[in-house]
Design a protein around this ligand. Structure first.
Ligand code: 5AD
Ligand code: SF4
Length: 445
């Protein structure tokens, strides 16, 4: 096979995959390859895959088939991410055109794997090496206004439905200095917002310069002092790791945005127990009450699974009650998908697909109502919008509110600036605003 000169990385699934995709791209660029705008034009295509649900995992096989060009040739194909980790050599058996299989903890070795594949061999690396990939990857390059920064990976919680502990490995926190340095590099490269990422990001822990052990709140407070950085977010969190310091940070840290993604999965404590979530519906509501006490305007977002094995109509109604009690600004809901190797896949009382469909529809209808109401409640408010890119219409820019809503506004404000906007309209997915009139000249009191 020819030496690839161009590459294209396509990431599926969560934000951590988007981050990994960026780092793979930076690595390949450091090797002298250049980015192609589409897979069809690239010599090397990296499919950075997701294994969380069956549908996501199966998608990779149809994508591989689509990479064949009209003249019958194909690019060099690498399957990265969580499907690579979970299915390993099985991928090359099912899809012989795959040249490289590389797991989420081994992608710093991509250049060696490309070299091996060029010599005609199949290259597989799904190790979880002791030496972290982060120590080897090239420094961050310029990213957009809003940047991701993975600070924590893996999960030790072993919820009974979830593949993450198997595909991403044990919980590991990146060291304090590495994270602060990367945040600085991102801000120097133009980032105005940083979203700290981890499968259990609020379990992050590290020693600061003085040797003191700090939690995620300590990191957030340090980033708050970074000149040029305007906004800090973090995702995804586990309810049991919402420690007091982090909750307090929501009331005290100016740059920490009023948004919390806190998955609950079910409103039935019986199902939560079967899921091995190690929290109850009540303890989850309790955490949210404490967060809302310090930050009353916080937007709450969540994840839900309907149709977990054994879920009865009464359990599901508890989920609807939980949703009614919380009032979500945003939420993601899924039908339970049995994953190979997870305990729940072997449980009795799997819920029939039509029951799952019906429950998902009811849940999504309620969640959609809530998020529309949340968006509508911002009409008439003046708020700060971080401009991220130009909109579809000429003269229009697209930005984000503090509550992570997309806002369209006619303005000539530059990308990366934070402007005051009056919200005038709201739909299910975005808000419309106008530039706020200059505030009246302050009169000395
Ligand atoms: N089936 C359906 N949804 C799942 N999730 C994780 N595993 C499964 C599964 N087996 C959902 C959870 C999690 C989100 C990232 O994906 O809601 O929070
Ligand atoms: Fe999966 Fe549960 Fe860990 Fe989240 S906390 S990654 S759902 S095992």
């Amino acid at each position: 096979m020819e030496n690839p000169r161009t590459f294209h990385v396509k990431s599926f699934g969560c934000q951590m995959n988007v981050y990994d995709g960026e780092r793979m791209a930076e690595l390949l660029q450091a090797q002298g390859l250049s980015a192609a705008p589409a897979g069809s034009e690239a010599d090397l295509v990296v499919l950075n895959t997701c294994h969380i649900r069956e549908k996501a995992a199966e998608k990779v096989y149809s994508d591989i088939g689509r990479l064949r060009r009209e003249d019958g040739t194909r690019p060099m194909i690498a399957v990265a991410g969580c499907v690579a980790q979970a299915e390993g050599a099985e991928i090359s058996r099912r899809a012989p055109s795959v040249d490289i299989v590389v797991g989420p903890q081994a992608y710093h070795r991509l250049p060696e794997l490309v070299a091996r594949a060029r010599e005609g061999g199949r290259a597989l690396d799904t190790d979880m090496p002791v030496q972290s990939k982060f120590g080897v990857l090239p420094p961050r390059r310029r990213q957009g206004t809003s940047a991701f920064l993975t600070v924590q990976e893996g999960c030790d919680k072993f919820c009974t439905y979830c593949v993450v502990p198997y595909t991403r490995g044990a919980e590991v926190s990146r060291p304090w200095a590495a994270v602060v340095e990367e945040a600085r590099a991102l801000v120097d490269g133009g980032a105005r917002e940083i979203t700290l990422l981890g499968q259990n990001v609020n379990a992050w822990e590290g020693e600061d310069e003085t040797g003191a052990v700090r939690g995620l709140d300590g990191l957030i407070r340090t980033l708050d002092a970074l000149p040029g950085l305007e906004r800090i977010r973090y995702t995804t969190s586990h309810p049991n790791d919402m420690r007091e310091g982090l909750i307090r940070a929501h009331g005290e840290v100016g740059k920490l945005m009023p948004y919390l993604h806190l998955p609950v999965q079910s409103g039935s404590s019986r199902i939560l127990k079967a899921m091995n979530r190690s929290h109850t519906a009540e303890s989850y509501l309790d955490v949210l009450a404490r967060v809302r006490e310090v930050r009353p305007d916080i937007a709450i977002s969540g994840d839900f699974i309907v149709g977990f094995p054994g879920e009865t109509e009464a359990d599901f109604e508890d989920t609807l009650k939980m949703v009614a009690a919380v009032n979500y600004a945003q939420a993601y809901s899924f039908k339970y998908s049995p994953r190979p190797g997870t305990p729940a896949a072997d449980m009795e009382d799997q819920v029939p697909p039509d029951v799952m469909d019906e429950r998902l529809q009811r849940l999504q209808a309620l969640l959609a109502e809530q998020s529309l109401a949340f968006n509508r409640a911002t009409i008439g408010k003046r708020t700060q919008v971080l401009i991220e890119r130009s909109g579809r219409k000429p003269g229009q820019m697209l930005g984000k509110s503090p509550w992570l809503q997309s806002v369209h506004v006619e303005t000539d404000a530059a990308i990366g600036s934070v402007i005051e906007v009056d919200i005038v309209s709201a739909g299910p997915n975005s808000l419309g605003g106008t530039i706020a009139a200059a505030p009246p000249t302050a009169v000395a009191a």
